[in-house]
Design a protein around this ligand. Structure first.
Ligand code: FNR
Length: 193
């Protein structure tokens, strides 16, 4: 199973990037072939249809291809103002926008349709960013993803990781593991003929 893991933050010390690292390790341990994606590695401008009309950026096409190749996704979503950050919205808007000039990508939902998407979040606050997930879920459904019902929000994230980026508390590890396991289980079931 090809599992794509990424965080909606490019901050160097991002809690969500650390959580994505934990989820990626768990995915590998569960037998998945994991791609850990850093959104900072992609040069993606703010979406603008006039800009797009002049040509979809090469890194957007790269992201579309990577997303397309992975039936299972884990997204670690920060919470900004009780919702998800613009970085995530911008990325998902670009990859769902059809490329009219390229027959391979005229179907806007080609890279997102049928993906099993699991959500994790991390926040320094007590709620663990769970409200961001409640906004992200409808967006993922609109992209024709299967959103895993199991989710986990890591609260008090500033105290949650050790120096190696591992989760300190066993309940937190179990919360992340449950999401990883469910996403892989569902993606495998959906791939069966
Ligand atoms: C936040 N933060 C935040 N946290 C939270 O739990 N609920 C919230 O509504 C908000 N709102 C919010 C708005 C804005 C504009 C910023 C910049 C931040 C705090 C946020 O969760 C914190 O900065 C995290 O550390 C961001 O995630 P990363 O970068 O650590 O992954």
């Amino acid at each position: 199973m090809q599992l794509l893991v990424f965080a909606g933050s490019t901050r160097a010390a991002s809690f969500n990037r650390q959580l994505a690292g934990v989820a990626a390790t768990m995915g590998r341990a569960a037998g998945a072939q994991v791609t850990y994606l850093e959104l900072a590695d992609f040069d993606v401008p703010l979406y603008n249809a006039d800009l797009e009309a002049r040509g979809t950026p090469a890194d957007v096409l790269r992201l579309k291809q990577i997303a397309f190749e992975h039936p299972a996704w884990i997204i670690c979503v920060p919470e900004y103002n009780a919702s998800y950050p613009a970085l995530l919205k911008n990325t998902l808007d670009w990859i769902s926008s059809p490329v009219k000039a390229d027959p391979a990508w005229t179907d806007g939902f080609k890279s997102t349709r049928g993906k099993v998407a699991g959500m994790l979040s991390a926040s320094p606050g007590a709620l663990g960013g769970l409200r961001s997930q409640s906004h992200l879920a409808p967006l993922l459904l609109n992209l024709h993803c299967w959103v895993a019902p199991r989710a986990y929000g890591l609260g008090h994230a500033a105290e949650a990781f050790d120096a190696d980026g591992q989760l300190v508390a066993e309940p937190a590890r179990r919360g992340v593991q449950a999401v990883v396991d469910q996403v892989l289980w569902a993606a495998r079931r959906l791939q069966q003929p």
